[in-house]
Design a protein around this ligand. Structure first.
Ligand code: UTP
Length: 290
């Protein structure tokens, strides 16, 4: 396979966020704050730290706040200047200067596979990354950087995975895979949300992918599956028949922040890690005498 530098990332953010209702009735879940930054900013920062310069966000109805967050807010900056709070401005500008942002609207939430297909014309003929905003991974080497480092040695489609408890396999895409080297597994097949007795392993797909443009042709041919959605897993299974594909065990603490409990856990972790708040927050948690 051609080896090319990966500079584009797709962040699908058009889902309905039903697991987080009612908060997601009128607000995008991607804008939920983890301490002082919205979830999607962590994901964009991870991508940028991995060398991505173009971020393609798939949005939908009610997701306008995402675009505003990564845009320059002249009005806010003007008010900050007039009220002697201009010291906030560089931090705000950093958010919009991080990368080139493009937005594509998915007119109906027809599934993750369909959301990624919406980016076809902006990706063109080069490998690209996909990051799901729900999955927050905390590690000194950002998750996508770990995967791009692997890709540079082994240029092939790579899916980010982590081991999960057997009791949780029914919530994930699970790999049927053969150990390759180190933390790499050669993928034979993917099974979407299997019952524990049908799970081929405990290697669960988490929301980081390095994909190649052929995935678009396969997604175009993919028939709607469960919930009438175009499932990325179906197209990935087709890709395994054409190309060698790997699963890479991502290092780091991973949180499913699109789930209420996962979000609370991520909040505690990031709160404790925060240089300004961590100490006081730790004292507070200790006082709760759990
Ligand atoms: P999820 O299933 O985790 O997100 O999809 P969701 O649909 O928003 O959440 P629940 O399950 O209803 O609570 C994984 C990712 O794919 C995006 C979501 O925004 C999320 O980041 N997605 C999903 C789309 O962009 N479009 C879709 O049609 C479906």
């Amino acid at each position: 396979m051609r080896k090319e530098k990966i500079t584009k990332a797709v962040i699908p953010a058009a889902g309905l966020g039903t697991r987080f209702l009612p908060v997601t009735k009128a607000s995008p879940k991607e804008m939920l704050p983890l301490v002082d930054k919205p979830l999607i900013q962590y994901v964009v920062e991870e991508a940028v730290a991995a060398g991505i310069s173009q971020i393609i966000i798939i949005t939908g109805r009610g997701k306008r706040a995402i675009e505003d967050h990564f845009d320059i807010s002249f009005e806010l900056e003007e008010i900050l200047k007039q009220t002697g709070k201009e010291h906030y401005i560089p931090g705000l500008r950093r958010i919009s200067d991080m990368a080139d942002f493009c937005y594509i609207r998915q007119s109906q939430p027809q599934g993750l596979g369909h959301a990624i297909l919406c980016a076809k014309h902006l990706i063109g003929d080069e490998p690209f990354a996909v990051l799901l905003g729900d999955d927050i991974v905390d590690h000194s080497t950002p998750a996508l950087k770990q995967m791009i480092d692997v890709y540079e040695r082994t240029p092939a489609p790579i899916i980010g995975i982590q081991r999960v408890d057997k009791s949780e396999v029914h919530q994930y895409g699970i790999l049927d895979a053969t150990p390759a080297i180190d933390d790499l597994y050669k993928i034979n097949h993917l099974v979407e949300k299997p019952a524990v007795e049908d799970a081929p392993s405990d290697l669960a797909v988490i929301g980081r992918y390095i994909l190649i443009p052929e995935i678009f042709d396969l997604l175009e041919k993919t028939k709607p599956g469960k919930n009438n959605e175009i499932q990325l897993t179906d197209a990935l299974n087709d890709l395994t028949t054409l190309r060698t594909m790997y699963g890479y065990v991502i290092k780091g603490d991973r949180y499913d922040a699109g789930d209420k409990l996962g979000f609370l856990q991520a909040t505690v972790k990031m709160g404790l890690k925060n240089p300004k708040l961590g100490g006081a927050f730790k004292q507070y948690l200790k006082k709760l005498a759990l």
